[in-house]
Design a protein around this ligand. Sequence first.
Ligand SMILES: [Zn+2]
Length: 528
Amino acid sequence: MNARMPLSFLALTTVVACGGPMLQGQEVRPPVSQGDRAATQASTAPARAAATITPEDMQRRIAYLASDELKGRDTPSPGLDAAADYIAKEFARLGLRPAGDDGSYIQRYALQRRALAADQVRFSIGGTAGARTLVAGKDYAAMPGVPARVSGAPVVAVRSLDPNAEALRGRIAVTYLAGAATSRDFFRALQGVRAAGEAAGVAATIVVLDPAVSEQDVARLLELNTETGPLALGELTSPPVFLVRHAAAKAVFAQAGHDLDAVRAATAPTELHGLTVELSAPVRIDRDDRAPNVVAVLPGSDPALRDEYVVFSAHMDHVGVRNMNASGDSIFNGADDNASGTSALLEVAEAFASMETPPARSLVFLAVSGEEKGLLGSRYYSDHPTVPIEKIVANINVDMIGRNAPDSIVVIGQEYSSLGPLVREVAAANPDLGLTVAPDLWPQERFFFRSDHFNFARKDIPALFFFAGVHEDYHQPSDEAEKIDADKAARVARLIFLTAYEIASRPQAPTWTEEGLREVRALTAGGR
Ligand SMILES: [Zn+2]
């Protein structure tokens, strides 16, 4: 479980962690289930397969993944690689088909920490009355980009950047952004400008700031971009953005014979003739790394449906080694978060692999990394899927299922699709599981945004997120294997198996409710 919201909701290239207060030791209080009790009895084959999921197996797997040997499975780290290796070997032992890179179980993705190379920042404008070089941190701030240097490109003014505007391709776009340069709305708008510039193929974007933005604000913006950013996916692809103080912009444009107010009024792209602009804002790479996802497929048994997939996801990473606590422990073992979900993924895979006839649809087992760094591994997988994304009919995500009230499990996302009624039906048809399916009990914590199903939901894939809630050991060195309720974790894993069996077997694929799809699209709009 991620301690903050996805990166896309945060400011600039530099992200400020906003870990809100966690609920401490709160008990899960399920409402009385109103689920459909007319559920069909599970046939004996799935019931037998479900019975292979035992508390002992869950405890053994959790104990290994959460052992001090794996040092908290930080992304990237040798401990994380050891976890990935263990999962890949288990997939191989179960006879699952590799679905990573080049016939292996591992999908590797690039990770960087980067910032602005501040010593190489440059902004100069030449016009009819000579050239002028602006002062970084006083007249302007910059966000690094590609290309690092832009020289002599035509300059085009436009009130708002249209990502589809052909007239902006290869040009330096000049636009205007209202508001104080400190507000969340400003940073969100700035992200939009940056993304629109990239989509339109600009060479660089010049943002003229509000007259109210001070020199100190500009200095702070430059400093923010100079500090090492968080781990981010891949390599930087967006063009550089220059944020210019209003007075400075007005002076240089006037010098070149252009009126800044006309820039603000340009509803369609308008070329500013007679300007020669030289810009430089290269990226500084502070860390260049790679991290693993582990992916396997169990092919379905129905020739007509086996090209459709149900994806199980669980994050195998945690937060590594940090400052020690009062008892001298510095290893954040992440037993509940998320050795519990990873172990459920393996146990569910083992249960499916034990069946003589697998379900009709194919199953994808996906252990991701980088979840604690901002859902990075699942973001990468959903953008670079190893099965056709339009053929993924559902995502079942498992994150933290080993603690709190033994008689219930929270399943987030029930209200959005036919998966909600289905999981309640399966729970009602299997009273021996002793589990009541509860809705999201903590909407104020925004858990919908804080685990890997988010990245499937943003691709319009119906998803369920199994989650037993946080507790006093959440993101602490004390989240250790001996505190896990392995009996509960095994029963939740059985419920997941039986639910997934139904999803993968029924002729009709899961469907969104009309309102559910609309709401999920609104919720994931910032992360698309
Ligand atoms: Zn977490």
